[in-house]
Design a binder for this molecule. Structure first.
Ligand SMILES: NC(=O)c1ccc[n+]([C@@H]2O[C@H](COP(=O)([O-])OP(=O)(O)OC[C@H]3O[C@@H](n4cnc5c(N)ncnc54)[C@H](O)[C@@H]3O)[C@@H](O)[C@H]2O)c1
Ligand SMILES: [Zn+2]
Length: 379
């Protein structure tokens, strides 16, 4: 069996619990407030889908709710969300599109915008994005541009969307020239994360999110890093809430992505080059894990990282079923990075690693990336 497909498992003894409307134990709920414009709360707890109507009626007041989802997630969780919103007194309509990154494009966006107009959705109404990062990015972008901006709520159902895509206000769609090439910054009015929805994730999608969890550990949470992978099974509310707090640390002071937010690219510069070389056949999380391991080895060989750091990262990646060795060499990755449509001129900023929990930004001439890669990929 392909090793990457084994992934990391969440225990699944409560399969479908979110859809069945598990009661919320308030002591389990964590709320993380974002002081952005507008500000918003991220609610994290098991069983929250059945409470989303009550949570949102406090936040939003009376309005029409448009629940946007993909066909996979809709089959699992749309009835619970729709019923909860209706029970709380909202008028609710649903828009479902086929799942998958290939549907995060202009055609689906146009279909959704026409649907909103046909149903006379007004500026006081609200979109609810129920799903993974594809649904969140697409529905969020529709909310950003429809009538020059209406409110939207994120209800992430993948670990990746919970710890990364649903927070921070980046929305967008793919163009044929590349991923996320058209988009807008648009902050949600609330984020509601029901951790029971992870029960139905296939293992490879858990590993996708685990790579971002690992990233936060390396960036600024040695305690979380040391408890991986065990904590992923033992306390998912704490894992998600901590990661949301870590992302907040970078995005709150830098809503438009000009400064601190760049730390979130740890492992991603090399990871994007690996994804490009693979023609996107590798998972994003796999490429990011390989990218982080490459950066750690490069920094260690340059004498910048504490000895043993790269081995610790590689061991934890393997425990999370994430690969650490790029199948492509430095020349191939450098060529891919050079052709990246999002490349910013003649310089590149790399997130370097000093130790677990201590990273730094280094801006260097673009040509310097090749030596950096050679150091990181050599045996
Ligand atoms: N806006 C941001 O800041 C940001 C950050 C990171 C990633 N992203 C974007 O996020 C996307 C990737 O997110 P993703 O991995 O969540 O992808 P996704 O939304 O495509 O979800 C992956 C698959 O899992 C299914 N799924 C979702 N929840 C499920 C559940 N609970 N049980 C079973 N199946 C479920 C979906 O139907 C889909 O087929 C990319 O488009 C990426 O560009 C955005
Ligand atoms: Zn990522």
């Amino acid at each position: 069996m392909d090793e990457r497909r084994q992934g990391t498992r969440f225990s699944s003894d409560a399969e479908g619990a979110g859809a069945r409307g598990t009661a919320v134990n308030p002591t389990d709920e964590r709320i993380v407030h974002f002081d952005t414009s507008p500000g918003y709360d991220v609610h994290v707890a098991p069983g929250l889908l059945s409470s989303c109507g009550a949570i949102l009626s406090d936040t939003l007041g009376r309005c029409m709710m448009v629940v946007v989802s993909d066909d996979t997630v809709a089959g699992l969780y749309l009835p619970a969300v729709h019923a909860s919103l209706e029970d709380a007194g909202f008028d609710v309509i649903d828009y479902v599109f086929p799942h998958g990154e290939r549907n995060k494009g202009l055609d689906t966006l146009a279909g959704l915008l026409e649907f909103l107009a046909t149903h006379r959705v007004s500026r006081s109404d609200c979109i609810v994005a129920l799903g993974g990062g594809v649904v969140g990015d697409l529905a969020g972008f529709a909310a950003a541009v429809y009538l020059r901006g209406i409110r939207f709520v994120q209800v992430p159902t993948t670990l990746l969307a919970a710890v990364d895509a649903s927070i921070g206000g980046k929305t967008g769609v793919d163009l044929s020239a590349g991923k996320n090439m058209a988009g807008a910054f648009h902050q949600p009015s609330a984020v509601i994360c029901d951790t029971d929805t992870f029960d139905t994730l296939p293992p490879e999608l858990v590993s996708e999110g685990a790579a971002e969890v690992l990233k936060y550990g390396v960036l600024r949470d040695p305690d979380l890093f040391d408890r991986l992978p065990h904590v992923m099974h033992a306390d998912r509310v704490d894992v998600v809430a901590r990661c949301v707090e870590h992302k907040r640390h970078y995005v709150e002071p830098d809503e438009q992505d000009h400064g601190a937010r760049r730390f979130l690219n740890l492992g991603h510069t090399v990871g994007h080059a690996i994804e490009l070389c693979s023609g996107y056949s590798l998972y994003h999380g796999e490429a990011v894990a390989m990218g982080m391991a490459c950066v750690a080895r490069s920094c260690e060989r340059a004498g910048e990282a504490r000895p043993g750091t790269s081995e610790r990262i590689e061991t934890t990646c393997m425990a999370l079923s994430l690969p650490t060795r790029s199948p492509y060499d430095a020349a191939e990755l450098f060529a891919a990075a050079a052709s990246d449509k999002k490349r910013e001129g003649d310089e590149i900023t790399i997130v370097g690693i000093r130790d677990i929990g201590q990273c730094f930004l280094r801006t260097m001439p673009f040509a310097g990336l090749e030596d950096f890669l050679v150091r990181g990929l050599g045996e």
